[in-house]
Design a protein around this ligand. Structure first.
Ligand code: ASP
Ligand code: MG
Length: 456
């Protein structure tokens, strides 16, 4: 049995969605479970409308009308059977009526809670899954759409960044989904969210459908997880920045996780966790050239030919530097800093410490929150807090990178020769990644120099 995941990028319009249908139909000989994201751009629009309706009900009507038009157009373009189409359109209308009521509720109470936010943004998937299942039925494939909160995809209930309770999910899906597969039905399950213990929708964060697919593959003990995208899989660098970027046929779970976390927007970084626990290989495939192998991610023993497999970059970061001569002598300071930052919802990408200073790298948009939370700490040891903006994190990824002599020296020499200054180095945290921070305007130059040095 295999899990096939399709993202918003391949659900742009009826033409691309029909390609998705074609791929699923052509794999019917194997048993298939499908996990699907919202149609392209729909999740963005749900997040956007939430911002608008908090104090104003006006945008609701036109928003719902647009959403309806978009999905009805997709449905009529992909469901080639009139009866199936009519039923699906009715189902979509019912779902949109629910969404509309929730949005008015928010406008009237002038309040959005984490819970209503997650519920509202889950509608993209609730609307796309029935369309895909119906287009499969119209092609003669037995298929049923399932909302993840109805099949027991239980999480810890952390809205916007949930973690699944894998044992419970496994127990539930063995009851709700497994019998469907055994009957020869292809379930189409919504990505992006699960539920808490009370059955309320909880999302996994943006791009979370990949993670959903891995959780479902884990629970159903799938042989393989295929992630279908509009790009060829992982590459040795972003082809928009590096002309000679190559496709990567094989990589380890750890390499994929680091790359996904630090820049390459190919997969959600957490897709690796459940997959690794069961040794389920992940294959990234390109919908627009399905005959190509794509990237296979699994347990890998050997290093790649060049050790370094890929160079990635994450722009839009800032450095927050804390300093004070007594910092090294203030026990527990680092832990209090991290607690303050995490309670303000600030994600730390990398850090470095010296005797009298402590620097963390965060998203530029989190700087204000970081400063507020650190000032609130009123920590005696910290005398000064300064920030540096417009930074990018560069990440070199490769298995065996740590135990191979000379990689860091080569990397920093290449960068220096390109006239780029390194602002912060953080090494040793990972066996497969070397990360450092430079000024954003230098990043293309640095990436080119590194790619040339290691990959050619
Ligand atoms: N639709 C959600 C998002 O756009 C989840 C996903 O696409 O993976 O973030
Ligand atoms: Mg998406």
């Amino acid at each position: 049995m295999k899990v096939m995941k399709f993202g918003g990028a391949v659900l742009r319009d009826a033409a691309t969605a029909l390609k998705v249908v074609e791929v699923i139909v052509s794999h019917q000989a194997e048993r298939v479970v499908v996990v699907v994201s919202a149609l392209n751009g729909v999740t963005d629009s749900l997040h956007q409308v939430l911002k608008e309706v908090e104090e104003n009900e006006k945008p609701i009507q036109s928003f719902i009308a647009q959403l309806k038009a978009r999905h009805e157009e997709m449905a009529s373009g992909t469901i080639s059977d009139e009866k199936v189409l009519t039923k699906t359109v009715d189902e979509l209308k019912n779902k949109m009526a629910k969404l509309e009521r929730v949005l008015y509720g928010i406008a009237y109470t002038e309040e959005i809670t984490d819970r209503t936010r997650d519920y509202v943004v889950s509608f993209g998937e609730r609307l796309s899954a029935p369309i895909l299942a119906a287009s499969l039925r119209a092609k003669g494939v037995s298929s049923i759409a399932f909302d993840a909160d109805e099949i027991g995809l239980i999480t810890d209930g952390a809205f916007g960044r949930a973690t699944p309770l894998l044992n419970e999910v496994e127990r539930n899906l063995q009851k709700t989904i497994k019998p469907q597969i055994e009957k020869g039905t292809t379930p189409v399950i919504t990505g992006y969210f699960g539920c808490d213990g009370d059955g309320r929708a909880v999302t996994f964060g943006r791009g979370g459908s990949d993670y959903s697919a891995a959780i479902i593959a884990y629970a159903l003990k799938a042989e393989v997880l295929e992630v279908w995208k509009d790009v060829p899989g992982f590459m040795s660098a972003d082809p928009k920045v590096i002309e000679g970027a190559r496709e990567i046929p094989l990589m380890s779970y750890q390499e994929a996780a680091e790359l996904a976390y630090f820049g390459a927007k190919v997969l959600h970084p957490r897709i690796v966790e459940p997959s690794m626990m069961r040794g389920i290989p992940i294959r990234v495939k390109n919908l627009f050239s399905p005959e190509e192998e794509g990237t296979l991610i699994q347990e890998v023993e050997e290093k790649s030919e060049w050790v370094v497999r890929s160079v990635a970059m994450r722009p839009g970061l800032s450095l927050v530097n804390l300093s004070g001569p007594a910092m090294a002598y203030t026990p527990g300071l680092a832990s209090r800093v991290f607690t303050a930052l995490s309670s303000a919802g600030v994600n730390v990408y990398t850090m470095a410490a010296s005797m009298a200073s402590f620097a963390v790298v965060v998203d530029a948009q989190d700087v204000k929150g970081a400063l507020d939370s650190l000032r609130e700490m009123k920590e005696g040891g910290i005398q000064d807090i300064s920030t540096t903006d417009s930074l990018s994190l560069i990440c070199i990824v490769g298995k065996g990178l740590r135990e191979t002599r000379g990689i860091a020296a080569k990397a920093f020499t290449a960068v220096a020769k390109a006239g780029v200054n390194v602002e912060l180095i953080s090494d040793g945290g990972s066996d497969v990644a070397l990360t450092f921070v430079i000024k954003s305007p230098d990043s293309a130059r640095a990436m080119k120099a590194l790619h040339k040095e290691f990959i050619g």
